[in-house]
Write a new protein. Sequence first.
Length: 408
Amino acid sequence: MVLGERGSGKTLYLAGLYRQLSYDSIKSVVTLSPNNVHTRILDRLYEEVTSVEDGHFPEPTGWGVDIWSFECSVFAGDGERIRAFSIFDINYADYAGEMLDGGGLDAQELGENQVIKRFDEAVERADVFIVLIDGHRLLRLMRGEPRWEPWLDNYLRARLATMTKVARKRHTWRPVQFVITKWDIFEDEFSFEDVRSKILAQPSLHDFLEGRRESGGAPIRLIPVSVTGRFARLDEEGVMVKVPTEAIRPLNLDIPFAAVLPDQIRAARQEAAQRAAGDTGNGLAENKITDRIRWFERVRRGSDTARAPLLNLVGRYFDNRGATPRGKANASAALEQAFQWLDQLAERRQQAAEYELSELRRIHRARQARIESHNAALCLAIESFDARLREFEKAFPGSFLLERKFTE
């Protein structure tokens, strides 16, 4: 679920991400595919953003909630005969930014408005939270403009309250990505470390991170992105304008997407570690893991032949809920076996660290041609995401705001 105020760039980010991952490329083994209607809308929106004939940018999204569904696939084959393995689906809720704060409706209207209810339902179903921080407003704050001094802490406090409410209801923390939009406008004035320090200095986020470090939970990241690069700049009056002489150079649009699956795995491992530490009698712990397993089950639904070891073994574990102590012990052993599969992924990540990203991509492409199962496609996608994340983390040290370390 993307949380972003009016003008922060929710729809533009979606259009840029789709354009980057809509076709088979050496840079990604995964492609995104929406339905035909949404494909045309996103293509038209991206053309509007990047057109030099029209100096204007698209208007903010109007009142309402639109759910965009994307099928995430890995192609396999030798070029003459290809096969697509659907590894998971993503639902992206696009909405008017003012809906975050109720859109000016009074208490009675908020309770009766069906659009607000649909928005709230989308928030509660979220597997990952992507909190957009408007780069234009953040730049004004960084420059010391008094008007913007209270803005960021107030904005973050409201978003953190939303995520805490969902965690309380679903008994588990969701991975969080704080995404700074329009990053290109910072590059001449402030470094990533400068901006990171300012964001972390906000009292609400500081306290939230300290609390999460004590209690553990899912990963939290800080990710700068740009849809157009220097093609869009601030003029002397502080208005975003197009610069036709500059090439369109997107930055990090794929990182929030690439982090979804690895961060879900990290969160699942954290919950398993808590259980192994003696939380077996706690009903909330079981609810946490159950919630994660539902997510992994959605990952599996791409193929009738999918038999990922993790999902099968954990499924057997939950089939035994409420069984005898001996049955529960056997189920716990199955759970441990499942996470051995995750450890194998960690081993592959260690091996992959010896290669440059360009070499890894060639290795992944060679393996991609030989894929014969949904499970192999899923594993390759995770390894590809991991490689891209390592490249990003090297370029932006400190982007991982909260990561629970595991003993391998």
